[in-house]
Design a protein around this ligand. Sequence first.
Ligand code: SAM
Length: 249
Amino acid sequence: SDHDLTYPEIPAAMNWGDHYPAYVATVPAAVPKDDPIATEDRNEYGVPRMTKQVEVADIGCGFGGLLFALAPKMPETLILGLEIRTSVTEFVQEKAKALRVQHSSDAAETVPGGYQNVSCIRANTMKFLPNFFEKAQLSKIFLCFPDPHFKARKHKARIVSTTLNSEYAFVMRPGGKVYTITDVEDLHMWMVEHFEAHPSFGRVEGDELEDDEAVKVMTTETEEGKKVERNGGKKFVAVFKRLEDPPWP
Ligand code: SAM
């Protein structure tokens, strides 16, 4: 159940400082003492101000294979996994911390961004997505190998639906993309049908799809994707772009 899930009332109340300590805003020394920001490095909800916001979300991230592959490729971008299982969330959080130490700036082997830009929260994304993200905050959402919920009476548990697609549309900026991959053809068709039917999304195809580095990483780097690879299974990929909202009449 969700009784023990914690989530902020609104995104501004979320403490991202614990997740991305390298991106906590520090008050510049040169700011005069009477400037409000000189004494106020926390916002009105008492959480640290950040120099960056999360832009990429991996929904149902599992053990974080995609997160840790993306992090050095997008070193300037804050990447977040959302996962409902407590122990799996903790595993990803601990791995991020370990990688930060292992690749700190004075370590022998450094990587761009030093894994400071990746973290994970425990969340039921079917319920609380707009509690974590502002309107138009995200540029990429990944839905990788979501649970298929095969039976028709379980379809309402799928993380793609008309209602949830409206939530994804809300938190995404125009031009942002939703990336989907699954080995279940029926689920692939379900996701395509629901995104294509949604007025806020259009399918990405052709060169734009072929040339997208994120598609390549998504296809090879998730734990589930590797399992499918080992078993010689098929992977179905579909990408959708968040369209501009139509002008008010
Ligand atoms: N994306 C990973 C991959 O490709 O390796 C994991 C795929 S696994 C089949 C699906 C994951 O989604 C599980 O880790 C599960 O706990 C998580 N999950 C399912 N429902 C969720 C929800 N409502 N909110 C957040 N995570 C969820």
